[in-house]
Design a binder for this molecule. Structure first.
Ligand code: PMP
Length: 465
């Protein structure tokens, strides 16, 4: 019997940091700067808490990276992986083959997604899911004899991943600046962010105005050239930007008018985050495709994919012939087995209802109460995601100068006080595990208040106000 190697040997924090700096290039990171500063080494987790290599306990209000919906330490997921690894650790789905877990997952996804979704294409991540979207949408129009319908309209400050197609769909200009992006035939309209574009307008009216930018762009490009519109129901990485309730229904109306497909990027919003199984249900629209990842396995193992709605599935299946696309790990049996266990756990624990009826409304109430804080210009929530906008002067609604980077100042206090909250510009954002209860939310709120107070003390002492 060959013993398994020790997964992680015991080393001091300093030793881990040195080895990390010597060999590991981190995502979205200034490699040189991090090598000097040193990484935080996270060593274990349970429920909504993490521990670092110094033994410090941290409340993870970001669910890892928006993904650990069922919280850490769920044994049924571990057991599903172990069982499947022993039984059949890998087989592909290319050559007229399939494995039971992938089939079972496809069936379960058809059950929990809106009724017009009966088919799924598997990938390994959200980015790969969105690469699939680009190819599938263009293939669909080719089959229908409209190959000139190629253009996909997306939004500035949207996030759709980091592969060539994912980053092109995304509207992050700092990503486009590296590597010659976007790829051809992808165009971006402004985001429905009231604080950027809507001042002086009532929010419902602004939602319709922001949606009208889509119609304007469709007409500029030519309706016969537009293949699809893609958006996150609620923008996550862009700063938890919750659109006015009027936005998505109006987007739907416009897409229907011109026959344009709608793609809902559910990588963050899916699997209960917004208080429904999928964000499109919360925001009131009916997409043709849904990209998913993260919450499908609660991040325990990589898996992503695209749900394909009936309108497209019918054409692809009945008229399409070969679709020349797929990944080694499309339908990976271990990842699929974990996803099945995860979705069943979400059902058993009634996490969607828990977010919708209990902790979601409680978070909304708690975040609204932060508006009495001198630094807080606004708060927004949708289910278990939320944002706090930090401002210099509430009465005049002025922002701090960019060089102060007030969000990073606040994030520093969060790290120091055992709370993971992320900064996106001046927006402090959270997306805690869906298993969080009210007492844990109270604990999170008192940490958030403490960090806001410490940030205010910095601002006062340094004369930033
Ligand atoms: N779409 C959205 C909405 C995302 O938030 C992300 C990841 N944050 C992605 C796509 C890309 O997913 P991945 O990092 O798994 O490739």
């Amino acid at each position: 019997v060959i013993q398994a190697p020790a997964v992680a040997s015991k080393r001091s924090t300093r030793e881990w940091q040195q080895a990390d700096a010597a060999h590991f290039l981190h995502p979205f990171t200034d490699f040189g700067a991090l090598a000097k500063k040193g990484s935080r080494i996270i060593t274990k987790a349970e429920g909504i808490y993490l521990w670092d290599s110094e033994g410090k306990k941290i409340l993870d209000a970001m669910s890892g990276l928006w993904c650990v919906n069922v919280g850490y330490g769920q044994n049924s997921l571990v057991e599903a992986a172990t069982r499947q690894m022993k039984e059949l650790p890998f087989y592909n789905a290319f050559f007229q083959t399939a494995t039971p877990p992938a089939i079972e997952l496809a069936e379960l996804l058809a059950e929990v997604t809106p009724p017009n979704f009966q088919h799924v294409f598997f990938a390994g991540s959200g980015s790969e899911g969105n690469d699939t979207v680009v190819r599938m949408v263009r293939r669909y129009w080719d089959i229908l004899g409209q190959p000139e319908r190629k253009v996909i309209i997306s939004r500035k400050n949207g996030y759709h991943g980091s592969t060539m197609a994912g980053a092109s769909l995304g509207g992050m200009s700092y990503m486009h600046a590296q590597g010659g992006l976007p790829i051809p035939d992808i165009t971006h309209i402004d985001q429905p962010y009231w604080h950027e574009h809507g001042h002086g307008m009532d929010k419902a009216e602004f939602g319709k105005v922001a949606a009208s930018w889509l119609e304007k762009r469709i007409l500029e490009v030519g309706a016969d050239k537009v293949a699809a519109f893609i958006g996150e129901p609620v923008q996550g990485a862009g700063g938890v930007i919750v659109p006015p309730a009027t936005y998505w229904p109006e987007i739907q109306r416009i897409c229907d008018k011109y026959g344009v497909l709608i793609v809902s990027d559910e990588v963050i919003c899916g699997f209960g985050r917004t208080g429904n199984w999928f964000g499109c249900e919360t925001q009131g629209f009916k997409p043709d495709l849904m990209t998913f990842a993260k919450g499908v396995t609660s991040g325990y193992i990589p898996l992503g994919g695209v749900m394909v709605g009936d309108r497209m599935a019918k054409v692809l299946i009945e008229q399409g012939g070969d679709f020349n696309h797929g990944y080694t790990y499309s339908g990976h049996p271990v990842a699929s087995a974990v996803a099945v266990a995860n979705i069943k756990l979400i059902q058993q624990l009634k996490l969607v209802e828990h977010v919708r009826d209990d902790v979601g409304p409680y978070l909304a109430q708690q975040f609204a109460s932060l508006k009495d804080h001198p630094l807080v210009g606004d708060t927004e929530t949708c289910g278990l995601m939320g944002a706090i906008l930090l401002v210099k002067d509430k009465a005049k609604n002025t922002a701090f100068p960019a060089e102060i980077d007030i969000g990073m100042v606040c994030r520093g206090h969060c790290f120091g006080n055992g709370l993971i909250m992320r900064a996106v510009g001046d927006r402090m954002i959270i997306a805690p595990p869906l298993v969080m209860n009210r007492a844990q939310m109270d604990e999170m709120m008192s940490l958030i208040r403490r960090c806001l107070d410490l940030t205010l003390a910095d601002a006062t002492r340094n004369g930033w106000l």
